[in-house]
Design a protein around this ligand. Structure first.
Ligand SMILES: Nc1ncnc2c1ncn2[C@@H]1O[C@H](COP(=O)(O)OP(=O)(O)OP(=O)(O)O)[C@@H](O)[C@H]1O
Length: 620
């Protein structure tokens, strides 16, 4: 992240803090959209529950007044039966029963409210996760390689889970506000200015909370990259994927030390803030408490003077206590809500990122079949943030129906060329044409549907063997015949035949019953994905590196036969495979150095002949 953004964020201004509250309406809207029924239920029940405390306290006052009245009767009776038979106890019993009923109702409502909230929050978390995945799917590859986006994605991901407390808090606040109004309505009659005193005494605590919440957010925000690093060390230190190498190289101490260092720094920063918060918090809360006891003393005095009954005293004292707690909760809670709303920025700002590689407004249909093929015209491309051009002045033709091989040393630009062809990136210079029109003029989804690429770092899905092949055309995942045919073409069927559950075997070690494959076996399964597709252009970007020489030869032989009528690009460092292509492009430093058939290139005696000789010499 640029330094300016980071420093700006270390201390959000008061305005920024309150600005964040604008996130609440869309947040509430999303909750409402998640489930109208549950939202209405929680709102309704909370409203009902909000007025119960006042009612209970008031009935409590009536009970005490009634007891005082009965004491004052001086009937001289001491046995319960005598009292009972006199009928004098009936009003008291009625009041007690009413109080009991209210208490039970309050408990039951409380339970139902938490149940509803729990269900609603789970639904909301799931819905937000789905939205997150959906939005991430629209973003450019470039976005994903950007570490700032990864930070944002990371924060957004945390928000899908973390914001549920906000929902509960927000609803709780609304409920408390109603209760406060109810209490206040009762109290205003007795001592209006005492209420003002209570409220004023709480303001310092409120401001303190707001301040520290914002500091906390800033701390978390500015530490996002480090927190991702921490997550990375934890993952690397303890996961199936890395266990083998970490063990062999004895990396545990190194990884643990890195984690310790970083986490100790984060802890120190957190602790410093927590300590300051605790110190100031206690001091400011004390002011609030002082306000309460001044009010209490005043009411006690008025009772002694005979202005209030004992029942009034308990009602008032109780009301003030509750009111203080509620006001404090509301003010502190409000600053927390404002603090949490800052975090919502992360979620919403992630949703605001828009992809740059998109279909044009009026896309032209992708030609099926294509007639001429692809033309690269002086194409240049630099990875975001890189100084070097990955490819530059790249010009060549990929004719419809031909099998073209790309050779070149590491970093020559082969994979970049493929990514440009599939429009994972757009060129910075020049253009790429398909049948005479810029790739950018076509519909993006249609274009990608016509291109099948298996990359060298293809994904090993921890799914069944059949699904691992079906990802090449996920709509056809239930078409077993098609999957088996694709597997046969890629020589993957022999691999799958050896699995305990055949095509339904989960592969990869991550899940229960998963069976792992060898590197070459994984590659065969991945190559089968290419045959699942009805794509007009098939590209194998070195997914064969782990295949033994015979398998690679066979795979490419079949690939060539089966690509008859299709356009194909293959990338390999093995000349036995490369020579099968109709035409070979030699790339060096991001542009075409030579092109021709195997024989032509050998005869020309350039880099191709040199590399071929080097490899051939190894076998002599
Ligand atoms: N995601 C990326 N971000 C920045 N630079 C990159 C990225 N991917 C590749 N490069 C750089 O672009 C140049 C071309 O890389 P490319 O992957 O196209 O080479 P290649 O010919 O496929 O190499 P190999 O034979 O090793 O697979 C290299 O200099 C590489 O360092």
């Amino acid at each position: 992240m640029p330094d300016t953004a980071r420093t700006r964020r270390t201390s959000p201004s008061v305005r920024e803090r309150f600005d964040a509250l604008r996130n609440l309406p869309p947040f509430l809207r999303q909750i409402w959209q998640t489930s109208r029924g549950l939202t209405l239920a929680t709102a309704g029940l909370r409203l009902l529950r909000a007025v119960l405390p006042v009612a209970m306290l008031y009935v409590g006052k009536l009970i005490i007044d009634e007891v005082v009245r009965l004491v004052g009767l001086e009937t001289g009776q001491t046995s319960l039966t005598a009292w009972w038979e006199s009928g004098l106890l009936s009003p008291l019993l009625g009041l007690l029963a009413l109080e009991f009923g209210l208490a039970v109702l309050s408990d039951v409502l409380g339970r139902i409210v938490s149940l509803v909230d729990q269900l609603l929050s789970e639904l909301f978390t799931n819905a937000t996760s789905v939205r997150l995945m959906e939005h991430a799917a629209t973003l450019d590859l470039e976005d994903f390689e950007d570490s700032e986006l990864q930070d944002r994605l990371d924060r957004a991901r945390r928000q899908t889970m973390g914001r549920m407390t906000l929902m509960g808090q927000l609803f709780g606040q609304a409920q408390d506000a109603v209760t406060i109004v109810a209490f206040a309505a009762g109290l205003v009659v007795y001592a209006p200015w005492l209420m003002a005193l209570l409220a004023i005494a709480l303001i310092p605590a409120f401001l303190g909370e707001a301040h520290f919440n914002a500091l906390n957010y800033s701390l978390n925000f500015s530490w996002t990259p480090e927190r991702r690093e921490l997550e990375y060390f934890k993952q690397t230190g303890a996961s199936v994927e890395t266990a083998k190498e970490v063990k062999i190289f004895g990396l545990h101490p190194f990884l643990i030390a890195r984690f310790r260092d970083l986490s100790a720094k984060f802890y120190a920063a957190n602790r410093a803030l927590a300590l300051r918060r605790a110190g100031w918090g206690s001091l400011l809360t004390m002011l609030g408490t002082l306000g309460y006891y001044v009010a209490y003393g005043y009411i006690a005095w008025r009772t002694v003077r005979g202005d209030f009954s004992i029942g009034d005293l308990t009602f008032l004292a109780g009301s003030f206590l509750r009111l203080r707690q509620l006001l404090e909760g509301l003010l502190v809670g409000f600053s927390q809500v404002a603090g949490q709303a800052l975090y919502l920025d992360d979620l919403f700002s992630f949703f605001e990122i828009q992809p740059e590689i998109v279909s044009p407004a009026n896309p032209r249909p992708v030609p099926v079949p294509m007639r001429e093929g692809f033309v690269f015209e002086d194409v240049g491309f630099r990875y975001p943030g890189a100084e070097r051009w990955a490819v530059r002045h790249l010009s060549f033709e990929l004719r419809a129906g031909e099998v073209l091989a790309l050779v070149g040393e590491n970093g020559a630009g082969k994979t970049t060329l493929v990514k440009l062809l599939a429009r994972l990136y757009d060129p910075d210079e020049g253009r790429i044409l398909l049948d005479g029109h810029d790739l950018r003029d076509y519909d993006l989804d249609e274009l990608r549907a016509q291109i099948g690429v298996i990359f060298q770092d293809f994904v090993r899905y921890h799914l069944t063997a059949a699904e691992n092949i079906a990802v090449g055309r996920i709509e056809a995942r239930d078409d077993r015949d098609r999957i088996v045919a694709a597997a046969q073409r890629a020589l993957a069927d022999e691999v799958i035949a050896k699995l305990p559950n055949g095509y339904d075997q989960v592969i990869g070690k991550r899940f229960r019953n998963g069976v792992d494959l060898s590197g070459g076996e994984w590659q065969k399964v991945a190559i089968a994905r290419a045959y699942m597709r009805d794509a007009q252009l098939l590209i194998l970007d070195e997914p064969t590196a782990a295949l033994d020489a015979r398998s690679e030869f066979e795979v490419f032989q079949r690939f060539k036969e089966l690509s008859a009528g299709r356009t194909a690009v293959l990338i390999s460092h093995r000349f036995s495979s490369v020579r099968m292509a109709d035409r070979i492009l030699v790339l060096a430093n991001g542009s075409v150095e030579a092109a021709g058939t195997h024989e032509e290139l050998l005869a020309a005696g350039g880099r191709y002949a040199e590399l071929f000789e080097l490899q051939a010499a190894g076998y002599r």
